[in-house]
Ligand binder design. Sequence first.
Ligand code: NAD
Length: 478
Amino acid sequence: MTQHDNLINGQWLAGNSYSPNLNPSNLADVIGHYTQGDAVQVGEAVQAARSAFVAWSVSGIQARADALDKIGNEILARKEELGSLLAREEGKTRAEGVGEAARAGNIFKFFAGECLRLGGETLPSVRPGIGVDITREPVGVVGLITPWNFPLAIPAWKIAPALAHGNCVVFKPADLVPGCAWALADIISRSGIPAGVFNLVMGRGSVIGDALVNHPGIDAISFTGSQGVGARIAQACAQSLKKVQLEMGGKNPQVVLDDADLQTAVELCVQSAFFSTGQRCTASSRLIVTEGIYPKFIDAMKKRMTTLKVGDALEAGIDIGPVSSQSQLEQDLSYVDIGKAEGALLAAGGQRLKLALDGFYMAPALFSESVASMRINREEIFGPVASVIQVRDYEEALATANDTPFGLSAGIATTSLKYATHFKRHSQAGMVMVNLPTAGVDYHVPFGGRKASSYGPREQGRYAQEFFTTVKTAYTLA
Ligand code: NAD
């Protein structure tokens, strides 16, 4: 069985042990064995990155652009193969996996362009004869910590801007998806980027992530994952005065008004609640529906859900792959029990499925007659579980949508320009969708949320420079 190692200072190095990487669609399928690093290896990676930073931070922008473009081109050329690996390892469908691989490739190509677009400002001083230049410089050595649910796209949208802006990287992927992380590191290692500029250390969050966050040689941490871990990382970074960026959970509302086109509303709710097995931070888990359309909406949702095919992520024609792990499956099923105990009506699905292959399969669950205060409507479940909340009118829908500790993405299905415009302005979310699913975003524009969903500057697009650069103001006597 193939063994995969960490990338430190341009060398592939074994950690203390190897862990098997299992396919959640078929537990008999072992994808490979991936090494488990430790705090010593984190120290070596940070040291390598610090040494490489001296030259990389002032390297030519053409060389950086060429390297990122090369990475993007290889990912795009291999998107079918990488998408299949992603589907096999994480459990989203092959079509979704290939789409994510293409997205990762395009992100690298976008940031190849960003290398050439970094601007500054020249302003007159208030004192005569003096000029003021405002420029951006790299932050230093950045630690990048990522979750399992977008194993190519999220690493790409952190690594690409970090490198484009002249930073060195120590990348710690989620334990569940080392295959995509290793494939990405392999591509980056052959791009012409000098040794030590990019390092991969795989292993447990409590070991590798913790060592990274607390290492004095790390200047900044960009984290995507759960709110609990994110809050602890923010505290540790505050102690050591590291720059920090956190993208965390969601409990995203999808409002459906009486005037919505029913088919459009049902399709976008099904997509954003259940596709990618509901394992998206931008998934809709609260469907907030006004009373005039509520009965028709429930009937149409139930009917549409009977057509959803759950199965092996690599099989053609599958709509929904398995849940990614045993513990996530147990969490999803426990929330189905919690919803029933709270008095919501399980309108469809919610049970574990036994299929020909032994995997973590679950029928997507829809609760009706739920109320906003129930735990299923307050806590992030992170699986194919959605609940419908009936409201009187638009005003109550907006208030219910905003009544959450999270604020990542929010959607509205309506044919009213007045309500769509009002919702875009008054939704307390970082991203708002009109007649579109709450999940599914472009790669060249800012991504991020408010409240407990995000902390620090936005990711992606031009806005990524806020985190990955630091501003310098220079005065010159003419
Ligand atoms: P998680 O918080 O368990 O893990 C995220 C990463 O942190 C992993 O690499 C993990 O190994 C690491 N980690 C764990 N403990 C750590 C510690 N003590 N110190 C440092 N690092 C540690 O999250 P997950 O289960 O991998 O991902 C699911 C979560 O991610 C959900 O809450 C989801 O909403 C969120 N998410 C958010 C976004 C976004 O952009 N807002 C995108 C995708 C996923």
